[in-house]
Design a protein around this ligand. Structure first.
Ligand code: FE2
Length: 191
């Protein structure tokens, strides 16, 4: 219920601010207090948007592993994760949240299969170890999906919790484990 509390808190704060502005102006238009509160109220949406924008992942070359199929899938996953941020922060509705999360889960599985297929076909020596990482990631994501079922509309900030976990896992996995795969596949003439 954390999300409901924070929404209620923000709503109460706005009401108090509006009352302060109204009462402040009763004491005259040259009273600085209502003007200050008005300015603070005006920048809240801007600050909120900035905070959300910082959460998004900006795709860049540093995430490229050099193999077209893998880079395509990673880019698609980053796009889906950014949709989770939007879903969690702009109250886009329960069914939208569920559909985005389930697309993330499905696409992650699909991508892992494709990536493992490439490794298998090219005799990648670290395949088993890599598969273990993929499996544990899928297990974690499925646990999160169950939590989503129990908490509609991203209650308890569950969507952002999932997002932050996936973001840090994916970036760490791409920049370390998958980069090694990329190097190996490039040496085998893949592109
Ligand atoms: Fe991988």
């Amino acid at each position: 219920m954390k999300k409901s509390y924070s929404t209620f808190g923000l709503f109460s704060l706005i009401i108090v601010a509006l009352i302060t502005i109204f009462l402040g102006f009763l004491f005259g238009m040259d009273n600085p207090l209502p003007w200050i509160v008005l300015a603070v109220l005006a920048i809240i949406p801007y600050m909120h948007e900035r905070k959300i924008r910082r959460e998004y992942i900006d795709w860049s070359d540093k995430y490229m592993v050099g193999i077209e199929l893998i880079d395509h899938d990673h880019q698609k996953l980053v796009g889906l994760l950014n949709q989770v941020v939007s879903a969690a922060n702009f109250n886009m509705g329960d069914s939208y949240v569920r559909s985005v999360i389930s697309e993330v889960v499905d696409y992650t599985k699909y991508h892992f299969d494709r990536e493992e297929g490439l490794m298998r076909d090219n005799g990648y020596p670290g395949l088993e170890e890599h598969q273990v990482q993929h499996r544990s990631m899928i297990e974690q994501v499925e646990k999160f999906s169950k939590r989503i079922e129990e908490r509609p509309n991203c209650e308890d900030d569950v969507c952002m919790e999932i997002y932050r976990f996936l973001k840090s896992w994916l970036i760490n996995h791409i920049t370390h484990t998958d980069k090694e795969v990329g190097k190996y596949l490039l040496s085998k003439g893949q592109h």
